[in-house]
Design a protein. Sequence first.
Length: 199
Amino acid sequence: MKNFISMSIFAGLLIGIGGLVYLRIGGVAGAILFAFGLLSVVMCGAQLFTGKSGFLPYKEFPKLIAMVILNAVGCAIAAFIASYCTSESLIANLDKIIDARLAASWHSLIVTSAGTGMIMTLAVYGARQKYYLPLLFGVPVFILCGLPHCVADAFYYAAAIFYGKFECNLLIAWLLAIIGNYIGCNLPRIFMGEQFKTV
């Protein structure tokens, strides 16, 4: 249990660091460098909600709820670090993300988040099969497509608190992203059926 807690928080911290570099740099370069977060999560065996949702048995969903909450704690730590790294580009990129989430409809958030979930599961699935390029390309793909990732968003929203830009509706957007990510994470094993390897 102690290892689960620490590794779930660590996963959120790693994704948050990826989110920080994206906010600082933005664009294609920032999206590519964000991949450091997922690469590190897989390398360390950290417990990331979108890295586990497509592989754990459906009955272990409560474990995933605990995981995403602990991921958010790690993101809050990364957001605290980000509060000391302020810049005009960081604020501008954060504003864009927040505005996009607040402007999106509930069904849009679920559908687009499902896209992220599918990409994340395929990226991790590739690494499990010793194909590592999906890890490098998966993150830039969902970022540049504007698809929400619930753990990355937890970092952005925590950063918004530190920068005085948080709005309560972001919590609803976060919950919808969690639902959408979970659905998307499970699409590969639904479509692939017996060909999908969970170990």
